[in-house]
Design a protein around this ligand. Structure first.
Ligand code: GLA
Length: 399
């Protein structure tokens, strides 16, 4: 009897093995790391990626949680006679690069497209999904950004202009790579990049997305970054642990915005539980860039274990107040100034963000505890800037 039970348990565990291997949770909190695209575009190569990995360690970023080193478009070479993808000559040995990145306690990410071609017109994965997933797994890849681009031609040609058919082609393509990644039995973060089409936040998680882009591309201007960031209102309910809205990568340190605007991006992205993928040259960071990317209080908000995304509370003139509920009942609150001039003091009532009674206030960017406050609080917010607060109170009110 005992033996039968043991045999049963053994056979059940054998059955479970592959399933367990597939269900290793990834992206339990929003992924943090670096991506080559925003700064280097196509000018990326093996040495750029190694230098980014080195700098991620020496700057202290790795120890603050930045672990993914993600190669974006322009690594791809040709397929061989068997259809196996090879990197181009700028990446002589992808496995050796992955080993190097792993030796630093980091993880390596890669980019492809469900279409025949990527956005930068390199080789995509169309018709080679399982082969590519297997190749990535053999190299030791930990993260895949899958960018719609070239598939749009296929969708147009095969749908006869019917958007429902076009959408199904797209969803099937993302699901196909999802299944291919599962077959590798390697935990690989799966990042959808289809610019928020067809409410990807609704169907993406079911097709295996750990994160999904919600908009077109960010760039290094306050206008574009803020339009993207503030357009995320209403998406909070789609974010859950392992499945995150992605308003695109960080531009902090790329030189096109003021420090206040970069603090806005870091604050808003943290309130949005967004991936924190630095997009600058990590080997040439000034102190302000480091202080923004490595602000522990902001990172703690982004990575908060409750896993709930924040949302807009109010928008009056140039001032927007956003709030994210945190584990243990704390609230992160960002008061943003989207206007061209520094504001007069603006006040908000704690009740508006769900807190009552005495509230302990910490200012994230000045790194100061501002003591216990009651009722309301007022701040002065510089143009294109933000005051980011962490609030704690024993008493909460229903909103
Ligand atoms: C698209 C994506 C970008 C980047 C480029 C690469 O534009 O949205 O993030 O990956 O392609 O070609």
């Amino acid at each position: 009897m005992r033996c039968t039970r043991q045999l049963l348990l053994l056979s059940l565990s054998v059955l479970w093995l592959p399933l367990c291997a597939q269900s290793v949770p990834v992206a339990n909190t929003p992924p943090m790391g670096w991506n080559s695209w925003n700064h280097f575009k196509r000018n990326t190569d093996d040495s750029v990626v190694r230098a980014a990995a080195d700098a991620m360690v020496s700057s202290g970023m790795r120890d603050e949680g930045y672990v993914y080193v993600n190669i974006d478009d322009a690594w791809e070479g040709e397929r061989d006679a068997q259809g196996v993808i090879h990197p181009n000559s700028k990446f002589p040995d992808m496995k050796a690069l992955a080993d190097y990145v792993h030796s630093k306690g980091l993880k390596l990410g890669l980019y492809s497209s469900p279409g025949p071609k990527t956005c930068a017109k390199f080789e995509g994965s169309y018709g080679h999904e399982q082969q590519d997933a297997d190749t990535y797994a053999a190299w030791g890849i930990d993260y895949l950004k899958y960018d719609l681009c070239g598939l749009r031609d296929v969708m147009r040609d095969q749908s006869n202009g019917d958007p429902t058919i076009a959408s199904k082609i797209m969803r099937d393509a993302y699901e196909k790579m999802h299944q291919a990644l599962l077959q590798t039995h390697r935990p690989i973060v799966y990042s959808f990049c289809e610019y928020g089409w067809d409410s990807v936040w609704v169907w993406g998680p079911g097709a295996g997305a750990n994160l999904w882009r919600t908009t077109g591309d960010v760039n290094d201007t306050y206008d574009r970054m803020s339009v993207i960031g503030f357009s995320q209102a209403g998406l909070a309910k789609y974010a859950t642990k392992g499945h995150w809205n992605d308003p695109d990568m960080l531009e902090i340190g790329n030189g096109g915005m003021t420090p206040d605007a970069y603090r806005t991006q870091m604050s808003l992205w943290s309130l949005l539980a967004a991936p924190l993928l630095a997009g600058n040259d990590l080997t040439k960071m000034d102190d302000i860039t480091r202080s923004i990317l490595m602000n522990r209080d902001a990172i703690a908000i982004d990575q908060d274990s409750l896993g709930r995304q924040g949302d807009r509370v109010s928008a009056v003139g140039p001032i927007e107040v956003w709030m994210r509920p945190l584990a243990g009942g704390d609230r992160a609150v960002g008061i943003f100034n989207r206007g061209p001039a520094t504001t007069y003091p603006v006040g908000f009532r704690f009740r508006e963000v769900g807190l009552a009674g005495p509230v302990r206030v910490r200012d994230v960017w000045s790194q100061k505890d501002l003591g216990i406050q009651r009722g309301s609080f007022s701040v002065i917010v510089p143009t294109h800037g933000v005051v980011l607060l962490r609030l704690s109170s024993r008493r909460q009110v229903r909103r």
